[in-house]
Design a protein. Structure first.
Lengths: 687, 291, 240
C-alpha cells in the first residue's frame, strides 16, 4: 500500500464483544481517514435509515497515511464518523475529528483505525496495546460515571506496563515493545453516558470531537472509552524528503522567534502560553509546528483547551456582562463533563432570551430552577453544565439536542424565524455568517452539519475584517489577494469564486467555490487528514509575497510519506469521489433538496452589530463592486429564498446530481462508485 | 586407574568450583568481566595444551585378556576437557543469545554467564590444543579419524545392516565408523571456526577491533555454535544415551572395551591390533580387503 | 602393558638438521607459555580500561522543559533520521507527559546528558558503548558490537534511561548528537546539526558545546524562554 499505512483496521463488534480486523488495502482507493470511513460505513451499515442510537449505527475512528509521522498540521488528526445524534430534522451520517496523540498511537499499535458496531450489553472500554485488543468492563474497572479527565487518568493506571527506569515493556518479552508514553485515551463523560446530544468525545483534556453528538452515540453503545498504546513504527517511503518537507514547512509557518501577525490577526490562531487556562506552556498535537492548543497552566485547569472550548465561558459572560466567572474553571468543567461547547454557545443566548421574555424560569411555561438571575456567573455555569450532563432541570429536554428541544417546547419555528435561536442549518448553531461568508453557509447547507472548515475564513474574512475594523493597512489590494488565492484553487483557479458580494454569492463562480471546498476538504483535510487550523494555508506572513503553502504543502508531505505521486488535483478528484459517496449515503437516509436548507432567520434578518453574543466582527470581505474588486462591508445582508433555490439547482447540476440533489448514475459510475449507484437504484432514489 | 580417577575427580571439582566462583563474582559490584581481567589465560591455555602434548607419551591399543585398551590416559584427558568444555560453552553460549534470539538471562546474569563461558573457554582451549598437538605428533591417530572415499557407501551399509535390510559386503569396521569420521569433519570444522572467531571476540576485550570484523566474527561464531551443537547432540545420543553406546562410554572412563564387544562392533580394528607388529597398517578398502 | 609406548616413531624422529616433531611441539608450548606468563607478570601487555581517562563530550543538548509543548516532533525526527521510520519508542530523546499534572511538572524530557563519567560506557562488556573520538567524544553505541546484555540501559543513572533498547533491530542505542543519521541530508554530529533541534517549533531544545550547568537528577538549569519572540510579547509565565 505504500508507506504511512499500518495495514489493518480494527473491527469491534460490541454486541458480541468480538474483535477482528479488516485489511486497509480493501479500502486503499479512498486514501484514508474520512474516505475510508465513508466506504466502510457504506459496506457495514446495512440499514442506513436507523437512528443514531440504534445498535445498527456504525462508528468509525480513522487515521490516514500521515498520522503518526513528522507531518505538521496532520500527524495528530483522527476522523470520527457515523450517524450523529445532533442532525435535525434528520440524523445525518456525519463527521467530527480531534487531535492530540490518539491517532499516532493507533498507528504505532499497528492499526489504521477502529470500526465500532453494535451495542455492548453493559458498559465497556476498549484496551488496545499494540496487537492485543481486549474489551473490558467499564463498571468493574470503575470508569463508568467518571468525568473524562478522571477516566483518562484511571486508564493511565490500569494500563501499566512492567519495567523500570521510566521505560515500560508492553507484551511481556524483551522485544515485544517498550515505551515511556502514557496510553492515548478517547472517552465520554457523563454527558455522553447519559446520551445527551451535547455529549462529545474528549482526548487529553483539550482534544475534542465536539459536534455531532458522537459522545451520545458512544453512550448508546455502552462504550466509555478507547485506550491505545503503541510501540511500533510507521513506515516512511522517503524519509529524507520528509525531513526536507518539514524544514520547508517550518519556514512558512509561524515562528516562536518571530511571531508575525497579519493585519492584526495571528496566522491561523497559534495559541500559546497566553490563554484562558492560565499562562504556562502551549500544547501541541503530535508533530505539529504550530502548537495551537491552549496552554497548560499552574492550576492544571482545562489542559490544552482553547478557543471554542473556552468559548462557552466567554459567551456566558457576554450574554450577561454584569457577571463574572473564571473561564478556566468553566472550561475545565465543560471538558470533564464531555459537553460540546459549541452546542452551549448556541443554546445559552436563546435560553437566556427566553428567560428575559419571561417564558423560561422558576414556575414559568418552561419551568427551570437554574439560577437565571445570575446567568453567566461561575455558579450558574456550574449548575447549567451539570444540568446538561445529568439531564436535570431543562437538561432533560436539552439532552435531545437544542433543535429537538426547541421542537418539543413548540418553539422551533418561532425562534429560528426570529433568530433568537440562531441555528444555521441541520440543527447546528450558527458559526460563520451564511448571509456573508458563502462557502461556509452554502457549504454547510448542502452537507450534514456546520462544516467548520476555516480555509477561506482566515484570509477572506478575519484578516480583512480585522484590518478594516482597526483601520490597519491591507497587505495588498483586494484584486491581488483574490487573484493570488484563486491561483491555488486548482483546478478552477477563478478569482470570481472569491466574490462575496450579493451577486457573487449566488453566481456560478460561487457554485465552484463551494464545490471546490467540499472536494478539497473531503480528501486533503479529512482523509489525508490535514488539520483545519494549519491547512489550507492560503496567505502567510512568512512567505514571499504572502503566498501561502497551499497547494504545494498537501501533496508534498503525502507523497514523501506514502511514496505515491499524487498531485493536488488528484486529491481534489478523490475528494469529489468521497463527497459523492457521502451525498449518496444521505440520499439513502432520505435526503431531498428540501433538506438543503438554512434556517429561516437568515432570510429575514440582516447581519447587524452587535449580534447576540457573537464573537464575530463586522463582515468586510473581498467583493466585486461595480466590476471592481474591493474590500467591501457586507453586513446587513439577508439571504434570498428564490436565488438560493436557484443556486442549489445550479450546484446540483455542476456536481452531476439530479434536481433533487441525488448523484446521477453516470456521475457515480464515472467516479468508480458503481456499487453506490446500485444501492441508490435499489432504494428507488435514482431518477 | 585409581590415580586417574583421583585426578579426574579433583579436576572435575576444580572445574565446578571455578564455574561457581565465576558466576558469583559477577554479581559483586565493580568486578571486571573475567574476559577483561583474565584474557591472558585464554592465550595461555592453548600453549599449555601444546606443551602438555609434547610431554605426553601415548600407549598403543593392546588386547589384555578379555578386554582391549582403546583410550589411553591422554585420550581421556583430551576428550573430557574438550567435551565438558564444549558442553558448558554451548549452554552458556545459547543462554547468552544468538542471531538476536533474545538471551534467556537477565542483564546481570549475562555478565555471570560470560564469566562461566570464560572458565569453559580456558578448559576447552587447553583440551582442544592438547588434542591438536597430539594429532600433529601422531599422524596415524589423526588419519584414522578421517573419512575415506567409501564414507557414504559404508555408512549406508553399516546402518542398513543394523536394520537388517542390506546385504553385508563391506569390510569389518575399523576403530571408527565412516559415519563417525564424517561427523568428525563437522566437529573439526566447527571447532576451528569457533576458536578463530572466539579469539577475535576475546581480542575485542583488549583492543578496539574494527566493527566489521566483529560483524563477521559474531554471526560466524553463532553458526559454528549451531554446528557444534548438532555434532554434540548426535555424539552424546549415540555415544552415551543409546544403550549400544554404553560400553564405549565406559571405555572413555576406564580406557577398556570388552573384547567381545570390540570383536562384534570393530572387528577390523581388533584384527589390526592382533596383527600389529610395528609395521604401518595399510588402509583397507573394497579393492584390498585383506592386509 | 601400560608401558607399551605407541609404536609411532615419527614423532621422535630427529632429522640430521633440525628438531623432531616432539621437540618442536614441546618447545612451542613452552615458549608460548613463558611468553604469556612473562607478559602478564611484567604487566606490559594489559591495560585495564579503567586506567584510561574518558574525555569530555564536545556537544550537549540543552532542553527547557518549561518551554516544551509536548508535540513530540523531536522524538519523531530522531527516529526518522536514524531509522527512516516514525516511532516514539525508537527515539533517543524522550518527552513524557501527563496533561493532567499542573505545569511545570506535566512534562519531563529525557535527553542524553553526555555524562563526563558515562556509566553506560563503563559497564559495556564488548566496548559497543564507547566514546567516539572521531565524533567529538560523543558517547554512542557501535551496534555491530552490541550483544544485547542491556547493561548500559540499566546503568544510566537517570529516569528514563537514556541508553535505549531498540527492540526492532535488537541492540542498544543512544543519542549520538546525530553523528550517524543516514536518513537526513544535513550533516550531523558535534560539528553539524541535530534533528531534534532543527524541528522543535518552540526552540525548547538547543545544542551547545559547553558543559551545561547541572541541576542534579532533574536536568540542566536552562531557561530558553527569556529572549524568544513570545518573551518580547510578555507571553511567558512569570515562573522561572
Amino acid at each position: 500500500m505504500g508507506g504511512g499505512y499500518a495495514g489493518k483496521i480494527l473491527r469491534i463488534d460490541l454486541s458480541a464483544k468480538a474483535v477482528s480486523s479488516i485489511p486497509t488495502s480493501d479500502y486503499e482507493e479512498y486514501g484514508g481517514g474520512h474516505g475510508m470511513g465513508s466506504a466502510i460505513f457504506f459496506d457495514l451499515c446495512k440499514d442506513k435509515t436507523v437512528d443514531a442510537f440504534d445498535p445498527g449505527n456504525v462508528v468509525t475512528v480513522m487515521t490516514g497515511a500521515l498520522q503518526g509521522t513528522l507531518t505538521p498540521g496532520a500527524s495528530g488528526r483522527c476522523e470520527v464518523q457515523g450517524i450523529g445524534s445532533q442532525g435535525y430534522p434528520k440524523q445525518w451520517f456525519t463527521r467530527t475529528n480531534f487531535g492530540g496523540r490518539f491517532a499516532g498511537n493507533l498507528k504505532y499499535a499497528g492499526w489504521d483505525g477502529v470500526v465500532l458496531e453494535g451495542k455492548a450489553s453493559s458498559p465497556v472500554w476498549v484496551d488496545i496495546r499494540n496487537g492485543d485488543v481486549v474489551i473490558r468492563d467499564a463498571k468493574t474497572d470503575g470508569l463508568w460515571g467518571l468525568d473524562t479527565f478522571e477516566t483518562e487518568k484511571a486508564i493511565y493506571s490500569l494500563v501499566g506496563g512492567s519495567g523500570s527506569d521510566g521505560w515500560f515493556e508492553i507484551g511481556g518479552s524483551r522485544d515485544a515493545g517498550r515505551t515511556t508514553q502514557k496510553p492515548a485515551v478517547l472517552s465520554i463523560g457523563p454527558a455522553g453516558e447519559n446520551m445527551c446530544v451535547s455529549g462529545c468525545l474528549v482526548h487529553e483534556g483539550g482534544g475534542g470531537a465536539g459536534q455531532t453528538g458522537m459522545g451520545s452515540v458512544w453512550g448508546s453503545k455502552n462504550l466509555k472509552a478507547i485506550s491505545v498504546l503503541g510501540t511500533g513504527d510507521v513506515a516512511i517511503a522517503d524519509p529524507k524528503a520528509l525531513m526536507e518537507a518539514r524544514a520547508w514547512a517550518q519556514k512558512g509557518f509561524w515562528s516562536i522567534e518571530d511571531p508575525k501577525n497579519l493585519m492584526g490577526m495571528w496566522s491561523n490562531l497559534p495559541a500559546g502560553p497566553a490563554d484562558s487556562a492560565g499562562a504556562g506552556r502551549a500544547q501541541g498535537c503530535l508533530a505539529c509546528s504550530k502548537n495551537c492548543h491552549g496552554g497548560r497552566g499552574a492550576k492544571g485547569l482545562a489542559p490544552g483547551s482553547h478557543c471554542v472550548d473556552g468559548g462557552y465561558g466567554m459567551f456566558a459572560t457576554a450574554v450577561n456582562p454584569k457577571t463574572d466567572q473564571d473561564n478556566a474553571v468553566t472550561t475545565d468543567r465543560l471538558q470533564r463533563l464531555g459537553i460540546n461547547a459549541w452546542e452551549m454557545c448556541g443554546s445559552l443566548p436563546w435560553l437566556y432570551d427566553l428567560y428575559k421574555q419571561g417564558i423560561l424560569g422558576p414556575g414559568k411555561e418552561i419551568d427551570s430552577n437554574l439560577p437565571w438571575d445570575e446567568c453567566g456567573s461561575g455558579a450558574f455555569n456550574k449548575a447549567f453544565l451539570e444540568a446538561m450532563a445529568y439531564k436535570k432541570d431543562i437538561g432533560a429536554d436539552l439532552a435531545l439536542g437544542v433543535a429537538r428541544c426547541a421542537e418539543k417546547w413548540g418553539r422551533y419555528e418561532t425562534d429560528t424565524t426570529s433568530g433568537v435561536l440562531a441555528l444555521q442549518c441541520h440543527g447546528y448553531a450558527r458559526h460563520y455568517d451564511a448571509r456573508t461568508e458563502t462557502e461556509w453557509g452554502f457549504g454547510s447547507m448542502v452537507s450534514d452539519r456546520d462544516i467548520n472548515e476555516h480555509d477561506f475564513n482566515w484570509c477572506m474574512y478575519w484578516y480583512v475584517a480585522f484590518a478594516a475594523m482597526y483601520k490597519m493597512p491591507f497587505i495588498m489590494p483586494a484584486e491581488q489577494l483574490v487573484t493570488m488565492v484563486a491561483e491555488k484553487l486548482l483546478p478552477y483557479k477563478d478569482p470570481k469564486m472569491l466574490d462575496y458580494s450579493e451577486d457573487g454569492m449566488y453566481s456560478d463562480a460561487s457554485v465552484k467555490l463551494v464545490a471546490w471546498h467540499r472536494h478539497y476538504s473531503r480528501f486533503w483535510k479529512q482523509s489525508a487528514i490535514y488539520c483545519d487550523w494549519a491547512i489550507a494555508d492560503f496567505v502567510s506572513p512568512y512567505r514571499e509575497g504572502y503566498s501561502g503553502l497551499t497547494p504545494e504543502y498537501e501533496p508534498k508531505f503525502f507523497n514523501a510519506v506514502t511514496g505515491k505521486n499524487m498531485t493536488f488535483e488528484d486529491g481534489m478528484e478523490l475528494g469529489r469521489k468521497i463527497w459523492n459517496m457521502d451525498r449518496a449515503i444521505w440520499c439513502l437516509q432520505g435526503r431531498t433538496r428540501d433538506h438543503d436548507k438554512l434556517d429561516e432567520w437568515q432570510f429575514l434578518t440582516g447581519a447587524t452589530r452587535p449580534i447576540k453574543a457573537s464573537y464575530e466582527v463586522p463582515y468586510t470581505m473581498p467583493a466585486l463592486v461595480d466590476g471592481k474588486w474591493e474590500y467591501a462591508y457586507i453586513d446587513g445582508r439577508k439571504l434570498d429564498k428564490a436565488r438560493t433555490e436557484d443556486w442549489k439547482s445550479r450546484f446540483y447540476a455542476f456536481e452531476g446530481w439530479d434536481d433533487n440533489g441525488v448523484p446521477t448514475k453516470a456521475t457515480l459510475e464515472k467516479l468508480g462508485l458503481t456499487k453506490v449507484a446500485a444501492a441508490l437504484q435499489a432504494a428507488g432514489k435514482l431518477s | 586407574m585409581g590415580r586417574r580417577l583421583l585426578i579426574g575427580v579433583i579436576a572435575a571439582v576444580a572445574f565446578v568450583l571455578g564455574m561457581v566462583y565465576a558466576w558469583r563474582i559477577a554479581f559483586a559490584d565493580g568486578t571486571e568481566l573475567l574476559f577483561d581481567s583474565g584474557w591472558w589465560l585464554v592465550l595461555l591455555a592453548p600453549f599449555l595444551g601444546v606443551l602438555a602434548a609434547g610431554l605426553t607419551r601415548r600407549t598403543a591399543p593392546v588386547i589384555e585378556g578379555d578386554r582391549v585398551l582403546r583410550h589411553d590416559g591422554p585420550a581421556m584427558l583430551e576428550h573430557w576437557t574438550h567435551g565438558i568444555g564444549t558442553l558448558v560453552l554451548l549452554v552458556t553460549g545459547i543462554a547468552l543469545g544468538a542471531f538476536f534470539i533474545p538471551s534467556l538471562l537477565s542483564q546481570q546474569q549475562v555478565w555471570a554467564a560470560m564469566n562461566v563461558h570464560f572458565i569453559a573457554v580456558v578448559v576447552f582451549l587447553f583440551g582442544t590444543f592438547y588434542y591438536g598437538a597430539n594429532a600433529f605428533l601422531s599422524r596415524k591417530r589423526f588419519r584414522e579419524h578421517l573419512p575415506t572415499k567409501n564414507a557414504f557407501k559404508f555408512t549406508v551399509e553399516h546402518y542398513g545392516h543394523l536394520l537388517g535390510n542390506k546385504k553385508y559386503d563391506m569390510p569389518p569396521e575399523e576403530k571408527y565408523f565412516e559415519s563417525e569420521k564424517i561427523a568428525y569433519l563437522l566437529a573439526l570444522g566447527s571447532t576451528a571456526l569457533v576458536i578463530v572467531t572466539g579469539l577475535l571476540k576475546v581480542a575485542a576485550h583488549v583492543f578496539d577491533v574494527p566493527v566489521w570484523i566483529m560483524g563477521v566474527a559474531t554471526p560466524t561464531h553463532d553458526v559454528a555454535m549451531v554446528a557444534m551443537g548438532l555434532f554434540f547432540v548426535a555424539h552424546v545420543l549415540f555415544g552415551a544415551i543409546l544403550p549400544m553406546g554404553w560400553p564405549m562410554l565406559r571405555s572413555m572412563f576406564t580406557g577398556y572395551l570388552p573384547l567381545d564387544n570390540a570383536k562384534s562392533e570393530h572387528a577390523g580394528w581388533v584384527e589390526q591390533i592382533e596383527s600389529d607388529d610395528g609395521e604401518p597398517i595399510p588402509i583397507r578398502t573394497m579393492e584390498h580387503p585383506a592386509a | 602393558m601400560a608401558e607399551n609406548d605407541d609404536r609411532n616413531d615419527e614423532a621422535d624422529y630427529s632429522p640430521q638438521s633440525g628438531l623432531s616433531r616432539r621437540q618442536f611441539v614441546t618447545g612451542l608450548g613452552g615458549i608460548g607459555l613463558g611468553a604469556v606468563l612473562g607478559g602478564v607478570i611484567t604487566g606490559g601487555l594489559a591495560q585495564p580500561a579503567s586506567a584510561i581517562a574518558i574525555p569530555a563530550s564536545q556537544g550537549y543538548l540543552l532542553v527547557d522543559t518549561k518551554k516544551c509543548s509536548g508535540c513530540d516532533s523531536c522524538m519523531l525526527a530522531c527516529s526518522l533520521t536514524h531509522h527512516g521510520k516514525a516511532s516514539l519508542s525508537l527515539s533517543r530523546i524522550q518527552v513524557a507527559q501527563n496533561v493532567f499534572t499542573p505545569y511545570p511538572n506535566d512534562i519531563t524530557i529525557s535527553q542524553c546528558r553526555q555524562c563526563p563519567f558515562p556509566a553506560c560506557v563503563e559497564v559495556c562488556p564488548t566496548g559497543a558503548s564507547h566514546v567516539d573520538a572521531a565524533n567529538g567524544n560523543v558517547r554512542t553505541v557501535d551496534v555491530g558490537k552490541c550483544i544485547g546484555c542491556e547493561r548500559c540501559v540499566n546503568a544510566c543513572p537517570f529516569t528514563s534511561s537514556r541508553a535505549d533498547w531498540n527492540f526492532e533491530d535488537k541492540h542498544a542505542e543512544k543519542c549520538d548528537l546525530c553523528a550517524d543519521t543516514p536518513f537526513w541530508n544535513e550533516k550531523g554530529g558535534v560539528g553539524g546539526k541535530q534533528a531534534c533541534v532543527a524541528v522543535c517549533p518552540m526552540h525548547a531544545v538547543t545544542f551547545t558545546q559547553e558543559v551545561p550547568v547541572q541541576a542534579g537528577d532533574v536536568g540542566y538549569n536552562v531557561n530558553l524562554r527569556s529572549k524568544d519572540g513570545w518573551a518580547k510579547l510578555g507571553a511567558w509565565a512569570k515562573t522561572t
